[in-house]
Design a protein around this ligand. Structure first.
Ligand code: PLP
Length: 430
């Protein structure tokens, strides 16, 4: 930990003016300890901090940087768009273009509304579902994250039918009371909830692969059950594909499994690193949104021309060949990490969807949040710092996914596996 002086000085300075020195809590490294590094620049698979140290990046800005950082075509698209002005507050052609690209890949999406973040996309999806169905209640799953809007920052309460309790001060008990929280992958819980109050439920919202408690796959039949149960009860099914969207060559989990949700939330990759979210779905539902319908939603910077250009340039580069390359690199990383762990005698299980991986310190993959919490996440801080010291930047929190980009070459992945081999050996000898 020699000369991290720039980062330490910057963090101290940041803490004077920014709450906790950061603009999103996970960046403050509270769960792994230490001083966050300040990134000066990034290129390809590499981050460079203000001390000039380089790191192989496995966060990828939490998903958007699937092409790697500062991809020249994306940079060009952004600068050309910015030169035509960074905002009009009026329609622009790139909104149509990005919407058409997304529609071309997602058969469930007839109409789209672009917003500025994933949080906004999910929040709008709930309002729209409530407006469309005339019902109030929402079902979500413990361990799924859909941004920080009031109805969604809710955890399971106690009791048979678990009405939610706020997970943050400032969220009223009444907004939480309209959210029902079920265990991920539990077909029985959904059946029971819909038996008890199916007629009050506006929508189920789910990450079709849960990417915010590590990476937890859906069990066979789970998503199909959500589709059938919601449909039978006249409730909507919302897939939050903000992580999974464009992560796989099929476009999203819905297309792999051939399940058609009513609404889909997108974000992250579709902005190529610029702030974007999108909500899309069935035209009958989407047309409830203003200006066609009565459900109000708006955004000064929504459909921003620079963000649209960045998204278009990013999605255009995601060819079948690109997905094959991503698949290969991510698979190699997963196999390498697992092998490195077992040669050290550590139980590590790996999940993977295209270029995103989950790594759990457990002999087998957890299937819900309770099981995720029984994994040996207590050793993650030591893993994180061991990797960081070897120039590997993993998420500063145990239950985040691992992201691989097109710039993660065999050589880069190989170096990371070597680092992990050393770190796992260290961890095992404690
Ligand atoms: C990141 C994320 C969000 C929130 O997106 P923001 O752009 O951070 O508001 C919502 N849902 C999922 C599944 C996410 O991973």
């Amino acid at each position: 930990m020699e000369d991290i002086t720039n980062n330490e000085a910057l963090y101290e300075r940041a803490c004077h003016s920014l709450v906790g020195g950061v603009d999103s809590p996970v960046r403050a490294w509270k769960s792994v300890g230490g001083t966050p590094i300040f990134i000066a620049s990034a290129s390809g698979a590499m981050l460079r901090d203000t001390d000039g140290r380089e790191y192989r990046d496995y966060v990828g800005s939490w998903g958007p940087m699937i092409l790697g950082h500062a991809n020249p075509d994306v940079v060009r698209a952004i600068s050309e768009a910015a030169a035509r002005s960074s905002s009009f507050g009026a329609p622009c052609t790139d909104e149509i273009e990005l919407a058409e690209i997304i529609r071309g890949v997602f058969p469930s999406i007839d109409k789209i509304r672009f917003v500025n973040s994933g949080t906004e996309a999910a929040m709008t999806a709930l309002r729209l579902a409530r407006g469309f169905t005339g019902r109030n209640k929402i079902v979500k799953f413990a361990g799924c994250y859909h941004g920080h809007s009031d109805s969604l920052l809710v955890a399971a309460g106690s009791g048979a039918l678990t009405f939610g309790v706020p997970t943050s001060p400032g969220i009223t008990a009444s907004s939480a009371a309209d959210t029902i929280v079920a265990p991920y992958n539990s077909v029985e819980a959904i059946t029971r909830i819909f038996e008890e109050c199916g007629n009050d439920i506006a929508a189920i919202i789910v990450e079709p692969w849960a990417g915010n408690m590590g990476l937890v796959p859906p069990m066979p039949g789970f998503l199909e059950h959500l589709r059938k149960t919601s449909k039978d009860a006249g409730a909507l099914l919302i897939f939050d594909e903000i992580i999974t969207g464009f992560r796989v060559p099929e476009g999203g989990v819905q297309n792999i499994l051939k399940i058609r949700p009513d609404l889909t939330c997108l974000g992250k990759i579709i902005g190529g690193g610029m702030p974007v979210g999108a909500l899309g779905g069935d035209a009958r539902i989407m047309n409830m949104l203003a200006p066609v319908g009565p459900v109000y939603q708006a955004g000064t910077l929504a459909g921003n021309p620079v963000a649209m250009a960045s998204g278009i340039a990013t999605l255009r580069k995601l060819t079948q060949t690109a997905y094959q390359k991503l698949e290969y690199a991510a698979a190699a990383l997963g196999v390498g990490l697992k092998r490195a762990a077992s040669s050290a005698g550590l139980d590590v299980s790996i999940s993977r969807l295209g270029s995103v991986l989950g790594m759990f310190f457990a002999p087998k993959l957890p299937t819900n949040l309770d099981l995720v919490q029984t994994t040996r996440s207590d050793i993650y801080p030591a893993f994180f710092h061991g990797m960081l010291a070897r120039g590997e930047y993993f998420a500063p929190s145990a239950f985040e996914a691992v992201f691989v980009s097109l710039e993660h070459t065999n050589e880069i992945i190989g170096r990371t596996i070597e680092s992990a081999t050393e770190v796992f050996a260290d961890l095992a000898s404690r």
